[in-house]
Design a protein around this ligand. Sequence first.
Ligand code: NIG
Ligand code: FE
Length: 400
Amino acid sequence: MTTTSTPVPRSLLVDRIGVLVTNDPGAGEGRLGRILDAALVVEEGRVAWTGPAGRAPAADARVDAAGRCVVPGFVDSHSHIVFAGDRGAEFAARMEGRAYEAGGIRSTVAATRAASDDALLARATELLGEARAQGTTTLEIKSGYGLTVADEERALRVAARLTEEVTFLGAHVVPQEYAADPAGYVDLVTGPMLRACAPHARWIDVFCERGAFDEEAARRVLTAGREHGLLARVHGNQLGPGPGVGLAVELGAASVDHCTYLDGADIAALADPASSTVATLLPGVDFSTRAPYPDARALLDAGATVALATDCNPGSCFSTSMALCIALAVREMRMTPDEALWAATEGGARALRRDDIGHLRVGARADLVLLEAPDPLYLAYRPGVPQVAAVWKDGERVAG
Ligand code: NIG
Ligand code: FE
């Protein structure tokens, strides 16, 4: 599907929607706020009205959904799309039995450092377009393949051309040149690198895992980031049990991502009503690294807030497909289709602490997806089949 951009009508009526998912329990049925035989009106890039088809106010332009369904645009709260090179050979080796290790990141670091600014921007722009054509209307983008002051800063400049949700991940792994002095690298990340990078980012992230950063180093990174006005998010509990989840909750991080290996204390911490940390599950990574899937059922049953994201990156999951995440979450993680769709939309918005996206309440950004399907269940029911008919972001048609 090509990405197109057409002039924005002042108001737009999307009419004859078979199922409209608003994620607003006040507007429709259930947690997804479903309205059947619905219409939706967009004005000035925002949702202005939702309700039964036939009762909608007049608008400048009209799209006939012809009984198909409309859902909020996907909010993919975790990606690493500023990079060069590819690691297809590493994937092939994994499929022959080799384990995924954090060290593979260093090969992307070498390729990224060697790439021009233009090449990095072109590749990231292409991947953003690919995501958009599949219904993603908000994409968080991290640095983390530069790992020098200059290379991290330019990755963030590239990311900031493409999204508002920019994350500084200088603490991705310790680069080769600091292998003998990992503490010196943490000094760099929390000092000169942070000073150069903080103005370009909203978030700070750290890979708290064996082979990357331990709990103490991760705490230092996140605390220093906070002192520079950045909000925390964490990569944790991906490769084994560890301190990532506990640290994220302790520091009030917006999200802890992966959560593949959780113990009872981790689940209790995430489910604690006093915690606002979202558990962001990345099933594409578990699929592509042949890891076990996280226990989404235990998290949901305990009351934790769960988001789904792709983690698109060249190593652990080279996919921009939120529909794939939904299908895996339903088939492999025992989430219901409704829970998975909520996690891929409103869940992602919560992981980014955004209340203007992830739902189609009146006043929300008009980020919406028309699916070539009579029901959003089809996202999981027809895995691997392109089902996005059109995408609007801020009321502007950006795909389809
Ligand atoms: O989220 N876990 C750390 N970082 C990425 C992987 C990056 C890579 O392998 O290049 C992730 O899975
Ligand atoms: Fe990641």
